[in-house]
Write a protein that binds this ligand. Structure first.
Ligand SMILES: C[S@@+](CC[C@H](N)C(=O)[O-])C[C@H]1O[C@@H](n2cnc3c(N)ncnc32)[C@H](O)[C@@H]1O
Length: 281
């Protein structure tokens, strides 16, 4: 007879995660499903099913990591973004829901039937480039990152999803060799080096290279804005994600670079998180 049963394991998970997670039951169930390789319907059909020793061990190891506040996405190695299953590794940021606002703004500005050239700078797992590639199959998309490990995962994601993206490694514009694009999008690092909010919580597990951008969090955005004149075609679109308290600075940087039609969009909390602008014709 199996030593472990699913209901007891879920209950143990809830007990250990209460006070450590905002969603103890959901977390415990998701971790158990992943550990056993079963789906939610199978668990709902038989909520007290026998669990073999190997699956129970995997569950306890996942639970231990979750109790230390590691994001579920890193524990499971993947995260849904724009309805795509995006695989992650240690070098990739977990794609955020607010980044879907950047995808929406970009899609709103790009007609479905045009073969534009677009660059996603700092692609990480490839989340933005992959979402845009699936929605705009005619677009020729180049995606860059300075992290070779992140790019490896982005390439794997594109291959698994059968999406054609040109990946290049390097520091912001350097690997583009002066090429110009119709659209440049980026969710760059934008966290202040000393941000106290990051000493605990999920960000503690994320790669520093994906998060931090100098004393005011704007170093990468400054570099991106400075390169627009050389890499964005006349009439071209730029869309940047940024921190909720950086909208004025980002507006000022784009304006100083000579961009026009600056638009800022808020997230579900009403905070401006994404800014778009156009290079004058
Ligand atoms: C905030 S993460 C965004 C990742 C992904 N685009 C997303 O939205 O989930 C920023 C990304 O920029 C990359 N990055 C940091 N510094 C860079 C640089 N100098 N040049 C290119 N990419 C850089 C990081 O490796 C990381 O993947």
């Amino acid at each position: 007879m199996a030593k472990h049963r699913s209901a007891a394991l879920v209950q143990e998970g809830i007990t250990q995660l209460t006070g450590r997670s905002d969603s103890p039951r959901l977390d415990a169930e998701v971790l158990l499903l992943a550990a056993c390789g079963i789906n939610r319907t199978a668990l709902a059909r038989d909520p007290d099913q026998p669990i073999d020793a190997q699956s129970a061990d995997a569950f306890f190891s996942f639970l231990k990591r979750r109790c230390r506040a590691e994001p579920i996405a890193y524990i499971l190695g993947h995260k849904e973004f724009w309805s795509l299953d995006i695989e992650l590794n240690d070098a990739t940021l977990v794609p955020r829901p607010e980044t879907e606002i950047l995808v929406e703004m970009t899609l709103d500005a790009i007609p479905r039937d045009t073969a534009i050239e677009l660059a996603d700078l700092g692609t990480g797992s490839g989340a933005i480039a992959l979402a845009l590639a699936i929605e705009r199959p005619l677009a020729r998309i180049t995606a860059t990152d300075i992290s070779r490990a992140a790019l490896t995962k982005a390439r794997e994601n594109a291959k698994r999803l059968a999406l054609d993206i040109h990946f290049v490694e390097g520091d912001w514009y350097a690997p583009l060799n002066g090429h110009q694009f119709d659209a440049i999008v980026s969710n760059p690092p934008y966290v202040r080096r000393e941000d106290p909010a990051l000493e605990t919580g999920p960000a503690h597990f994320e790669p520093a290279l994906a998060l931090f951008a100098g004393d005011d969090g704007l170093d990468c955005i400054r570099t991106l804005c400075a390169g627009l004149k050389d890499h964005l075609r006349p009439g071209g679109l730029v869309v940047l994600e940024h921190g909720h308290n950086q909208q004025d600075a980002v507006h000022a940087l784009l304006f100083a670079t000579g961009l026009e039609s600056i638009v800022q969009v808020t997230d579900h909390a009403g905070l401006a998180r994404v800014t778009s602008a156009r290079m004058p014709r």
